[in-house]
Design a protein. Structure first.
Lengths: 237, 225
Protein backbone atom coordinates (compact mmCIF):
# COMPACT_ATOMS: atom_id res chain seq x y z
CA UNK A 1 0.00 0.00 0.00
CA UNK A 2 1.50 3.35 -1.03
CA UNK A 3 0.99 6.10 1.52
CA UNK A 4 0.81 8.76 -1.20
CA UNK A 5 -1.79 6.85 -3.21
CA UNK A 6 -3.99 6.46 -0.13
CA UNK A 7 -3.00 9.73 1.53
CA UNK A 8 -4.48 10.29 4.94
CA UNK A 9 -7.08 12.99 5.56
CA UNK A 10 -6.91 12.77 9.31
CA UNK A 11 -4.62 11.80 12.14
CA UNK A 12 -6.21 10.42 15.26
CA UNK A 13 -4.55 10.21 18.65
CA UNK A 14 -6.34 7.87 21.02
CA UNK A 15 -5.40 7.73 24.68
CA UNK A 16 -1.80 8.78 24.07
CA UNK A 17 0.35 8.77 27.19
CA UNK A 18 4.09 9.09 27.41
CA UNK A 19 6.18 8.75 30.55
CA UNK A 20 9.91 9.48 30.83
CA UNK A 21 10.81 7.45 33.89
CA UNK A 22 8.48 8.76 36.61
CA UNK A 23 7.79 12.01 34.76
CA UNK A 24 4.51 12.10 32.88
CA UNK A 25 4.98 14.10 29.67
CA UNK A 26 1.62 13.24 28.10
CA UNK A 27 -1.48 11.86 29.72
CA UNK A 28 -4.33 10.21 27.83
CA UNK A 29 -4.46 12.64 24.90
CA UNK A 30 -7.38 12.18 22.52
CA UNK A 31 -7.18 14.46 19.50
CA UNK A 32 -8.20 14.29 15.86
CA UNK A 33 -6.40 16.40 13.26
CA UNK A 34 -8.07 16.87 9.90
CA UNK A 35 -6.94 17.84 6.43
CA UNK A 36 -7.05 21.63 6.02
CA UNK A 37 -6.65 22.32 9.73
CA UNK A 38 -4.01 24.65 11.10
CA UNK A 39 -3.91 23.51 14.70
CA UNK A 40 -2.33 25.80 17.26
CA UNK A 41 -0.72 23.61 19.91
CA UNK A 42 -0.49 25.99 22.82
CA UNK A 43 0.65 25.68 26.38
CA UNK A 44 3.31 26.82 28.85
CA UNK A 45 6.90 25.53 28.84
CA UNK A 46 7.08 21.83 29.69
CA UNK A 47 3.41 21.29 28.89
CA UNK A 48 4.18 18.39 26.56
CA UNK A 49 3.86 20.15 23.18
CA UNK A 50 7.24 18.98 21.83
CA UNK A 51 6.63 15.43 23.07
CA UNK A 52 3.27 15.42 21.31
CA UNK A 53 4.95 16.61 18.11
CA UNK A 54 7.57 13.87 18.56
CA UNK A 55 4.80 11.25 18.87
CA UNK A 56 3.07 12.55 15.72
CA UNK A 57 6.43 12.56 13.91
CA UNK A 58 6.99 8.88 14.92
CA UNK A 59 10.28 9.58 16.72
CA UNK A 60 8.78 9.37 20.20
CA UNK A 61 6.96 6.14 20.95
CA UNK A 62 3.90 6.53 23.18
CA UNK A 63 3.91 4.55 26.44
CA UNK A 64 0.27 3.74 25.73
CA UNK A 65 -2.34 4.66 23.17
CA UNK A 66 -2.42 4.68 19.38
CA UNK A 67 -1.86 7.14 16.58
CA UNK A 68 -3.75 6.39 13.38
CA UNK A 69 -2.81 8.08 10.12
CA UNK A 70 -5.96 7.78 8.02
CA UNK A 71 -6.82 4.18 8.72
CA UNK A 72 -3.36 2.78 9.40
CA UNK A 73 -0.88 2.87 12.26
CA UNK A 74 2.85 3.57 12.21
CA UNK A 75 3.59 -0.13 12.40
CA UNK A 76 1.43 -0.86 9.37
CA UNK A 77 2.83 1.96 7.23
CA UNK A 78 6.53 1.67 8.17
CA UNK A 79 9.14 4.12 6.84
CA UNK A 80 6.87 5.20 3.94
CA UNK A 81 4.75 7.12 6.43
CA UNK A 82 7.67 9.47 7.09
CA UNK A 83 7.57 10.48 3.40
CA UNK A 84 4.32 12.28 4.29
CA UNK A 85 5.50 13.99 7.46
CA UNK A 86 7.49 17.23 7.61
CA UNK A 87 8.97 18.50 10.86
CA UNK A 88 10.48 21.83 11.80
CA UNK A 89 11.71 21.60 15.37
CA UNK A 90 13.19 24.21 17.66
CA UNK A 91 16.61 22.84 16.69
CA UNK A 92 16.75 23.38 12.96
CA UNK A 93 18.01 20.02 11.64
CA UNK A 94 20.63 21.70 9.46
CA UNK A 95 24.36 21.04 9.09
CA UNK A 96 26.11 24.37 9.81
CA UNK A 97 29.30 23.23 8.01
CA UNK A 98 27.44 22.68 4.74
CA UNK A 99 26.06 25.31 2.40
CA UNK A 100 22.33 25.95 2.08
CA UNK A 101 22.39 24.14 -1.27
CA UNK A 102 24.24 21.12 0.13
CA UNK A 103 21.83 20.87 3.07
CA UNK A 104 18.77 20.98 0.83
CA UNK A 105 20.34 18.63 -1.74
CA UNK A 106 21.11 16.05 0.94
CA UNK A 107 17.62 16.10 2.39
CA UNK A 108 16.03 16.13 -1.09
CA UNK A 109 18.05 13.03 -2.01
CA UNK A 110 17.20 11.21 1.18
CA UNK A 111 13.50 11.89 0.50
CA UNK A 112 13.92 10.49 -3.02
CA UNK A 113 13.58 13.87 -4.78
CA UNK A 114 15.67 15.26 -7.62
CA UNK A 115 17.91 17.91 -6.00
CA UNK A 116 18.34 19.73 -9.33
CA UNK A 117 14.63 20.53 -9.30
CA UNK A 118 13.85 20.76 -5.61
CA UNK A 119 16.78 22.84 -4.35
CA UNK A 120 16.58 26.03 -6.50
CA UNK A 121 12.82 26.29 -5.90
CA UNK A 122 13.26 25.85 -2.13
CA UNK A 123 16.04 28.45 -2.01
CA UNK A 124 13.81 30.85 -3.92
CA UNK A 125 10.94 30.32 -1.49
CA UNK A 126 13.29 30.83 1.46
CA UNK A 127 14.45 34.08 -0.16
CA UNK A 128 18.01 32.73 -0.07
CA UNK A 129 18.67 32.20 -3.78
CA UNK A 130 21.74 34.47 -3.66
CA UNK A 131 23.14 32.77 -0.53
CA UNK A 132 22.81 29.16 -1.64
CA UNK A 133 26.55 28.53 -1.74
CA UNK A 134 27.21 30.04 1.71
CA UNK A 135 27.72 27.95 4.82
CA UNK A 136 24.60 27.73 6.96
CA UNK A 137 26.78 28.48 10.02
CA UNK A 138 27.24 32.00 8.69
CA UNK A 139 23.49 32.66 8.47
CA UNK A 140 21.42 34.68 10.95
CA UNK A 141 18.82 32.82 13.03
CA UNK A 142 16.05 34.13 10.80
CA UNK A 143 17.76 32.95 7.61
CA UNK A 144 18.40 29.52 9.12
CA UNK A 145 14.77 29.36 10.25
CA UNK A 146 13.53 30.09 6.71
CA UNK A 147 15.90 27.52 5.26
CA UNK A 148 14.86 24.93 7.87
CA UNK A 149 11.20 25.51 7.02
CA UNK A 150 11.87 24.85 3.36
CA UNK A 151 13.89 21.76 4.30
CA UNK A 152 10.90 20.48 6.25
CA UNK A 153 8.53 21.14 3.33
CA UNK A 154 10.78 19.93 0.48
CA UNK A 155 8.85 16.69 0.03
CA UNK A 156 5.38 18.30 0.22
CA UNK A 157 4.34 16.54 3.41
CA UNK A 158 0.75 15.81 4.29
CA UNK A 159 1.31 16.29 8.01
CA UNK A 160 3.35 19.42 8.80
CA UNK A 161 4.62 19.67 12.37
CA UNK A 162 6.19 22.97 13.39
CA UNK A 163 7.71 23.67 16.81
CA UNK A 164 8.11 27.43 17.32
CA UNK A 165 8.39 28.21 13.60
CA UNK A 166 8.42 31.98 14.13
CA UNK A 167 11.54 32.13 16.33
CA UNK A 168 14.03 34.71 15.03
CA UNK A 169 11.85 35.87 12.15
CA UNK A 170 11.17 39.54 11.42
CA UNK A 171 7.60 40.73 10.86
CA UNK A 172 7.83 40.35 7.09
CA UNK A 173 9.11 36.78 7.35
CA UNK A 174 6.44 35.93 9.93
CA UNK A 175 3.83 37.11 7.43
CA UNK A 176 5.44 35.07 4.63
CA UNK A 177 5.62 31.92 6.76
CA UNK A 178 2.00 32.37 7.89
CA UNK A 179 0.88 32.72 4.28
CA UNK A 180 2.86 29.60 3.37
CA UNK A 181 1.14 27.62 6.13
CA UNK A 182 -2.28 28.83 5.00
CA UNK A 183 -1.52 27.69 1.45
CA UNK A 184 -0.37 24.29 2.71
CA UNK A 185 -3.59 23.85 4.65
CA UNK A 186 -5.64 25.03 1.66
CA UNK A 187 -3.88 22.33 -0.41
CA UNK A 188 -5.05 19.69 2.06
CA UNK A 189 -2.16 19.42 4.49
CA UNK A 190 -2.66 19.03 8.22
CA UNK A 191 -0.60 21.75 9.88
CA UNK A 192 0.27 21.65 13.59
CA UNK A 193 2.01 24.71 15.04
CA UNK A 194 3.36 24.63 18.58
CA UNK A 195 4.03 28.21 19.60
CA UNK A 196 4.15 30.66 22.46
CA UNK A 197 3.50 33.55 20.11
CA UNK A 198 -0.21 34.03 20.68
CA UNK A 199 -0.31 37.20 18.60
CA UNK A 200 0.88 35.30 15.52
CA UNK A 201 -1.25 32.26 16.31
CA UNK A 202 -4.34 34.48 16.65
CA UNK A 203 -5.59 34.82 13.10
CA UNK A 204 -3.44 31.98 11.72
CA UNK A 205 -4.70 28.85 13.44
CA UNK A 206 -8.10 27.40 12.67
CA UNK A 207 -8.19 25.16 15.73
CA UNK A 208 -6.69 25.43 19.18
CA UNK A 209 -5.37 22.57 21.30
CA UNK A 210 -4.33 23.77 24.76
CA UNK A 211 -1.98 21.49 26.66
CA UNK A 212 -0.82 21.74 30.23
CA UNK A 213 1.03 19.19 32.37
CA UNK A 214 0.66 16.67 29.56
CA UNK A 215 -3.13 16.94 29.48
CA UNK A 216 -5.26 18.31 26.69
CA UNK A 217 -7.37 21.03 28.30
CA UNK A 218 -9.07 22.52 25.27
CA UNK A 219 -9.69 21.34 21.71
CA UNK A 220 -11.94 23.77 19.88
CA UNK A 221 -12.18 25.96 16.76
CA UNK A 222 -10.07 29.10 16.98
CA UNK A 223 -12.07 32.21 17.82
CA UNK A 224 -10.95 35.83 18.03
CA UNK A 225 -9.40 36.77 21.36
CA UNK A 226 -7.07 33.81 21.61
CA UNK A 227 -4.88 35.37 24.29
CA UNK A 228 -7.83 35.92 26.66
CA UNK A 229 -9.08 32.39 26.01
CA UNK A 230 -5.60 31.00 26.66
CA UNK A 231 -5.28 32.90 29.95
CA UNK A 232 -8.67 31.69 31.11
CA UNK A 233 -8.01 28.07 30.20
CA UNK A 234 -4.46 27.86 31.53
CA UNK A 235 -5.21 29.99 34.57
CA UNK A 236 -8.26 28.00 35.57
CA UNK A 237 -6.62 24.61 35.09
CA UNK B 1 16.86 2.11 -1.06
CA UNK B 2 18.85 0.72 1.86
CA UNK B 3 22.33 1.08 0.33
CA UNK B 4 21.36 4.30 -1.44
CA UNK B 5 20.47 5.88 1.91
CA UNK B 6 23.63 4.53 3.54
CA UNK B 7 25.77 5.98 0.73
CA UNK B 8 23.95 9.32 0.93
CA UNK B 9 24.74 9.52 4.65
CA UNK B 10 28.37 8.59 3.94
CA UNK B 11 28.63 11.20 1.18
CA UNK B 12 27.13 13.84 3.48
CA UNK B 13 29.62 12.95 6.25
CA UNK B 14 32.50 13.22 3.77
CA UNK B 15 31.18 16.59 2.50
CA UNK B 16 30.99 17.92 6.09
CA UNK B 17 34.49 16.62 6.87
CA UNK B 18 36.01 18.04 3.68
CA UNK B 19 34.78 21.51 4.73
CA UNK B 20 36.93 21.48 7.89
CA UNK B 21 39.04 18.27 8.08
CA UNK B 22 38.44 18.68 11.80
CA UNK B 23 37.86 15.03 12.74
CA UNK B 24 40.44 13.60 10.37
CA UNK B 25 43.22 15.93 11.51
CA UNK B 26 42.50 15.59 15.24
CA UNK B 27 42.23 11.80 14.92
CA UNK B 28 45.50 11.55 12.99
CA UNK B 29 47.30 13.93 15.35
CA UNK B 30 46.12 11.96 18.38
CA UNK B 31 46.96 8.57 16.84
CA UNK B 32 50.45 9.69 15.79
CA UNK B 33 51.04 11.21 19.24
CA UNK B 34 50.12 7.91 20.91
CA UNK B 35 52.55 6.01 18.68
CA UNK B 36 55.33 8.52 19.30
CA UNK B 37 54.89 8.34 23.09
CA UNK B 38 55.03 4.54 22.99
CA UNK B 39 58.08 4.59 20.72
CA UNK B 40 59.95 6.81 23.21
CA UNK B 41 58.91 4.48 26.02
CA UNK B 42 59.70 1.10 24.43
CA UNK B 43 62.34 1.49 21.72
CA UNK B 44 65.90 1.17 23.07
CA UNK B 45 68.85 1.40 20.68
CA UNK B 46 66.57 0.77 17.72
CA UNK B 47 65.07 -2.37 19.28
CA UNK B 48 61.50 -2.73 20.56
CA UNK B 49 60.12 -5.64 22.61
CA UNK B 50 58.67 -8.41 20.42
CA UNK B 51 54.97 -7.92 19.58
CA UNK B 52 55.03 -4.34 20.92
CA UNK B 53 54.27 -2.96 17.46
CA UNK B 54 51.11 -5.09 17.21
CA UNK B 55 49.81 -3.91 20.58
CA UNK B 56 50.62 -0.27 19.94
CA UNK B 57 48.99 -0.32 16.50
CA UNK B 58 45.69 -1.56 17.94
CA UNK B 59 45.82 0.71 21.00
CA UNK B 60 46.31 3.71 18.69
CA UNK B 61 43.39 2.57 16.51
CA UNK B 62 41.11 2.08 19.52
CA UNK B 63 41.96 5.43 21.14
CA UNK B 64 41.78 7.38 17.87
CA UNK B 65 38.53 5.60 16.97
CA UNK B 66 36.93 6.59 20.27
CA UNK B 67 37.91 10.21 19.70
CA UNK B 68 36.52 10.15 16.16
CA UNK B 69 33.27 8.50 17.28
CA UNK B 70 32.66 11.18 19.89
CA UNK B 71 33.24 14.02 17.43
CA UNK B 72 31.19 12.41 14.64
CA UNK B 73 28.11 12.17 16.82
CA UNK B 74 28.71 15.55 18.41
CA UNK B 75 28.17 16.95 14.91
CA UNK B 76 24.84 15.14 14.63
CA UNK B 77 23.82 16.37 18.08
CA UNK B 78 24.44 20.00 17.18
CA UNK B 79 21.29 21.01 15.35
CA UNK B 80 19.70 17.65 16.24
CA UNK B 81 20.42 16.42 12.72
CA UNK B 82 20.32 12.80 13.82
CA UNK B 83 16.60 13.36 14.49
CA UNK B 84 16.25 14.74 10.98
CA UNK B 85 17.84 11.55 9.65
CA UNK B 86 15.51 9.43 11.76
CA UNK B 87 12.56 11.30 10.23
CA UNK B 88 13.62 10.36 6.70
CA UNK B 89 11.48 7.77 4.89
CA UNK B 90 14.36 5.32 4.81
CA UNK B 91 15.01 2.15 6.79
CA UNK B 92 16.65 3.41 9.99
CA UNK B 93 19.32 0.68 9.97
CA UNK B 94 20.51 2.23 6.65
CA UNK B 95 21.38 5.39 8.60
CA UNK B 96 23.46 3.25 10.94
CA UNK B 97 25.27 1.65 8.02
CA UNK B 98 25.98 5.09 6.53
CA UNK B 99 27.49 6.35 9.78
CA UNK B 100 29.43 3.08 10.17
CA UNK B 101 30.89 3.40 6.65
CA UNK B 102 32.04 6.93 7.50
CA UNK B 103 33.82 5.68 10.61
CA UNK B 104 35.43 2.79 8.72
CA UNK B 105 36.73 5.15 6.01
CA UNK B 106 38.09 7.55 8.63
CA UNK B 107 39.85 4.79 10.57
CA UNK B 108 41.20 3.26 7.35
CA UNK B 109 42.88 6.59 6.56
CA UNK B 110 44.30 6.71 10.09
CA UNK B 111 45.59 3.13 9.70
CA UNK B 112 47.22 4.02 6.37
CA UNK B 113 49.31 6.55 8.30
CA UNK B 114 49.83 4.45 11.45
CA UNK B 115 51.07 1.22 9.84
CA UNK B 116 54.11 2.70 8.01
CA UNK B 117 54.89 4.93 10.99
CA UNK B 118 54.90 1.97 13.41
CA UNK B 119 56.81 -0.21 10.94
CA UNK B 120 59.47 2.51 10.78
CA UNK B 121 59.68 3.48 14.47
CA UNK B 122 59.55 -0.08 15.81
CA UNK B 123 61.53 -1.66 12.95
CA UNK B 124 58.64 -4.08 12.59
CA UNK B 125 58.00 -6.22 9.45
CA UNK B 126 54.35 -5.16 9.23
CA UNK B 127 54.43 -5.32 5.44
CA UNK B 128 55.67 -8.92 5.34
CA UNK B 129 52.17 -10.24 4.62
CA UNK B 130 50.29 -7.14 3.39
CA UNK B 131 47.02 -8.82 2.36
CA UNK B 132 46.59 -10.59 5.67
CA UNK B 133 47.43 -7.37 7.52
CA UNK B 134 44.82 -5.45 5.51
CA UNK B 135 42.30 -8.21 6.24
CA UNK B 136 42.99 -8.05 9.97
CA UNK B 137 42.82 -4.27 10.02
CA UNK B 138 39.56 -4.15 8.07
CA UNK B 139 37.90 -6.87 10.12
CA UNK B 140 39.07 -5.27 13.37
CA UNK B 141 38.01 -1.80 12.26
CA UNK B 142 34.54 -2.99 11.25
CA UNK B 143 34.13 -4.81 14.58
CA UNK B 144 35.25 -1.81 16.62
CA UNK B 145 33.30 0.74 14.56
CA UNK B 146 30.10 -1.36 14.45
CA UNK B 147 29.83 -1.33 18.24
CA UNK B 148 31.13 2.24 18.52
CA UNK B 149 28.66 3.62 15.97
CA UNK B 150 25.73 2.00 17.76
CA UNK B 151 26.81 3.32 21.17
CA UNK B 152 27.71 6.73 19.75
CA UNK B 153 24.22 7.11 18.30
CA UNK B 154 22.58 5.68 21.42
CA UNK B 155 24.39 8.08 23.77
CA UNK B 156 23.82 11.19 21.69
CA UNK B 157 21.17 12.55 24.05
CA UNK B 158 23.08 11.62 27.20
CA UNK B 159 24.81 14.46 29.04
CA UNK B 160 27.74 12.25 30.11
CA UNK B 161 28.25 10.72 26.65
CA UNK B 162 31.96 11.59 26.52
CA UNK B 163 32.59 9.50 29.64
CA UNK B 164 30.07 6.76 28.92
CA UNK B 165 31.24 6.01 25.38
CA UNK B 166 34.66 4.53 26.30
CA UNK B 167 33.22 2.91 29.44
CA UNK B 168 30.65 1.01 27.36
CA UNK B 169 32.74 0.57 24.24
CA UNK B 170 36.00 -0.88 25.53
CA UNK B 171 34.66 -3.88 27.51
CA UNK B 172 32.69 -5.04 24.47
CA UNK B 173 35.43 -4.38 21.91
CA UNK B 174 38.29 -5.84 23.97
CA UNK B 175 37.89 -9.23 22.21
CA UNK B 176 38.17 -7.44 18.84
CA UNK B 177 41.35 -5.69 19.95
CA UNK B 178 42.82 -8.91 21.39
CA UNK B 179 42.15 -10.75 18.10
CA UNK B 180 43.69 -7.86 16.16
CA UNK B 181 46.78 -7.78 18.39
CA UNK B 182 47.32 -11.57 18.33
CA UNK B 183 46.72 -11.78 14.58
CA UNK B 184 49.12 -8.90 13.86
CA UNK B 185 51.70 -10.37 16.27
CA UNK B 186 51.51 -13.67 14.35
CA UNK B 187 52.22 -11.76 11.13
CA UNK B 188 55.28 -9.91 12.46
CA UNK B 189 56.75 -12.98 14.17
CA UNK B 190 59.92 -14.47 12.74
CA UNK B 191 58.98 -16.48 10.76
CA UNK B 192 55.38 -15.18 10.21
CA UNK B 193 52.72 -17.63 11.36
CA UNK B 194 50.12 -17.29 8.63
CA UNK B 195 47.92 -20.12 9.93
CA UNK B 196 47.59 -18.44 13.31
CA UNK B 197 46.90 -15.06 11.67
CA UNK B 198 44.15 -16.60 9.52
CA UNK B 199 42.61 -18.16 12.63
CA UNK B 200 42.47 -14.77 14.38
CA UNK B 201 41.10 -13.19 11.19
CA UNK B 202 38.34 -15.83 11.11
CA UNK B 203 37.41 -15.14 14.72
CA UNK B 204 37.38 -11.39 14.00
CA UNK B 205 35.14 -11.93 10.98
CA UNK B 206 32.73 -14.03 13.04
CA UNK B 207 32.61 -11.29 15.68
CA UNK B 208 31.93 -8.71 12.97
CA UNK B 209 28.93 -10.70 11.77
CA UNK B 210 27.54 -10.97 15.31
CA UNK B 211 28.11 -7.27 16.10
CA UNK B 212 26.64 -6.11 12.79
CA UNK B 213 23.54 -8.29 13.05
CA UNK B 214 22.91 -7.17 16.63
CA UNK B 215 23.48 -3.50 15.77
CA UNK B 216 21.19 -3.58 12.73
CA UNK B 217 18.55 -5.38 14.77
CA UNK B 218 18.65 -3.00 17.73
CA UNK B 219 19.33 0.36 16.04
CA UNK B 220 15.71 1.32 15.33
CA UNK B 221 14.29 0.50 18.79
CA UNK B 222 17.27 2.15 20.48
CA UNK B 223 16.81 5.31 18.44
CA UNK B 224 13.08 5.62 19.08
CA UNK B 225 12.68 7.76 22.20
Amino acid sequence: MSVRAHDFDSVQLSGISRHFGRRRALSKIDLTLRSGDIVGLLGPNGAGKSTLIGVLATIVAPTSGNVTYGTATVGELGPRLRQRIGVLAHELYLYPELSAEQNLAFFASIYGLDPAQAVPAALERANLADRGADEVGSFSRGMRQRLALERALLHRPRLVLLDEPFTGLDDRSVGAVSDRLRRLAADGAIVVVATHDLDVADGLVTRVALVRDGRLLVDEPALPGLRARYRTAIGSA
Amino acid sequence: MFMRTALLVLRKDVAVEVRTFEILLTTLFFAVSVVLVFSFAFVREGQAPPDAAAGILWIAIAFAGTLALGRTFERERYGETLRALLLAPAPRPALYVGKLLGMVVLLAIAEAVLVPLIAFLFASPLFARPLLLVGLLMAGTIGFASVGTLFGAMLIRTRTRDVLLPILLYPITVPVIICGVRGTAALIAAPPDETLAVMWLSILSAMDVVFLVLALWTFEPLMTE
